[in-house]
Design a protein around this ligand. Structure first.
Ligand SMILES: [Zn+2]
Length: 478
């Protein structure tokens, strides 16, 4: 969103304020619509309002119900058209208890822990009342695959932290997978940037994230974990918390942004900057991405105030180490992306993205392109381009971890056994008379691996072309 939009939004805000004042005087606040989002461990109901309201929420049992009394409100929408499957909600009904008190009753099939809060208008929405219903009882966190049993020790984040299931099929200690947390930007009522044809960034990012997970899972010694698995909102800090719970070695946030200048195009990669952005674009994008919490609300986050001073000190120390890694992996991802798509900037940029503020996990944010650009938004929506982007990101991640594998991982073990042909990526400049097959043979890599490392669709190469030679995995491991 650009400057003109901001001015319009401000004018719109003033309009809403006047509208709200008028509504106060003339009539009750209208409940204009209700939206529902299901996340793995909670259900969110969002009531769209014509103005701010006071509300009161309480729980009833036998049968389980949530009752919300909304003062000064009238229902101006239907509540019976919500898609309730896969949620603990069996029905939502209402009663007008008096001209200015609306009661909404949520019928439940299981007890939930409710949280409710109001959200003020922003560029996308007006006043909202948000009801989050957290699942209770059985461990509601998504199940972890068996191999995560050997996950590295993680910093405890919440008392409800899950322990990975221990099974006989777990990899022996010292050969765990390197875990890549893949964060699809935005989601739920936060659509992210919106393209010229109404494409929502949240859908593109999820499609690319899923493809990236698929490709990472194909690499032995690596495992991709999705931070967001569907269309629901996750506050920014919660995203890094989920990554930490999954034992992430790297956090990759996927985005596709919009710019005020519709002709802006190209991909970029960001790492965290604590001291201000390296460019105006970086600053602008960081503002835009961080706005997400204003759109979706941070009502589900409980910031831990205790030990804040100590936490701050530790954070500074480990932040420095993970920032160096972030810049390194970011540059490798960027170089690989540069082979398949134009780059907006040739170097990793730094900006104060909230989602990158994990002290102990190297974190990068990938802007896959501008969906505000007509051509680029079409490309980003195509499966083949999504695959190419995922391939480039995967290659960059592999190059980084083959160079510096975390101790105790399968990749570190391979390196220690001398089975990684070289610590770093090698390059080969094609000369006259060489074929791709010949080069593959010379470096003792498979033709498929060579193709994939260079995002080649065919085997035709040209003289002077620079090829990345992937590290050799000499033998398949049991
Ligand atoms: Zn975004």
């Amino acid at each position: 969103m650009g400057i003109s939009m901001r001015i319009r939004a401000r004018a719109f805000g003033v309009g809403l304020l006047l509208l709200a004042l008028a509504a106060d005087v003339l009539a009750a606040v209208q409940v204009k619509g209700v939206r529902l989002w299901r996340a793995p461990d909670n259900t969110r109901l969002v009531f769209d309002l014509s103005g701010p309201v006071q509300h009161n929420l309480f729980t009833l049992t036998a049968p389980h119900r949530i009752v919300i009394d909304v003062n000064g409100a009238q229902l101006a929408t239907r509540l019976d058209q919500l898609a309730l499957s896969n949620t603990p909600i069996t029905g939502v009904r209402s009663a007008q208890r008096s001209p200015d008190e609306l009661r909404v009753v949520i019928d439940l099939s299981a007890p939930v822990t409710p949280k409710s809060f109001s959200l003020a208008p922003n560029q996308q929405y007006g006043d909202r009342l948000v009801i989050d219903l957290f699942d209770q009882g059985a461990d509601s966190a998504p199940a972890l695959p068996a191999s995560s049993a050997a996950s590295k020790p993680t910093v405890p984040v919440t008392p409800t932290q899950t322990t990975a299931p221990r099974t006989a099929t777990a990899l022996p200690a010292g050969k765990r997978d390197i875990v890549i947390a893949i964060d699809a930007g935005h989601g739920g009522e936060d659509p992210g940037a919106i393209g010229p044809k109404g494409q929502h960034e949240k859908n593109l990012t999820l499609a690319i994230a899923k493809e990236l997970q698929r490709q990472i899972n194909r690499e032995k010694g690596f495992r991709g974990e999705l931070v967001r698995t569907g269309d629901y909102f996750i506050p920014l800090r919660k995203r890094t918390e989920i990554a930490r719970k999954k034992g992430a070695d790297l956090f990759v946030s996927i985005h596709a942004d919009a710019a005020p200048n519709r002709s802006a195009f190209g991909a970029s990669v960001f790492a965290l900057s604590e001291r201000g952005a390296t460019s105006e674009t970086a600053r602008w994008l960081a503002d835009n991405e961080n706005r997400s919490d204003l759109i979706g609300g941070v009502g589900t986050v409980s910031l831990d105030d205790k030990d804040r001073v100590l936490a701050g000190v530790l954070l500074d120390l480990s932040m420095t180490a993970s920032l160096a890694s972030s810049l390194d992996v970011g540059q490798k991802v960027l170089s690989n992306m540069g082979r398949i798509t134009p780059l907006h900037k040739r170097r990793v940029e730094q900006a104060g993205f909230m989602v990158l503020k994990s002290p102990d996990i190297p974190s990068i944010l990938v802007e896959t392109g501008f969906i505000s650009n007509h051509n680029e938004s079409q490309k980003l929506a195509s499966a083949s381009h999504q695959q190419a982007l995922a391939r480039a990101i995967t290659t960059g991640i592999k190059q980084f971890f083959q160079q510096s594998p975390p101790p105790g991982t399968y990749i570190a073990w391979l390196r220690d056994q001398g089975r990684l042909s070289s610590a770093g990526p090698r390059e080969h400049v094609v000369s006259s008379g060489e074929s791709l097959a010949l080069i593959a043979q010379r470096y003792d890599v498979s033709l498929a691996a060579l193709r994939s490392a260079n995002n080649l669709k065919s085997d035709s190469i040209r003289i002077g072309q620079v090829l990345q030679i992937p590290a050799t995995t000499l033998a398949a491991q049991p």
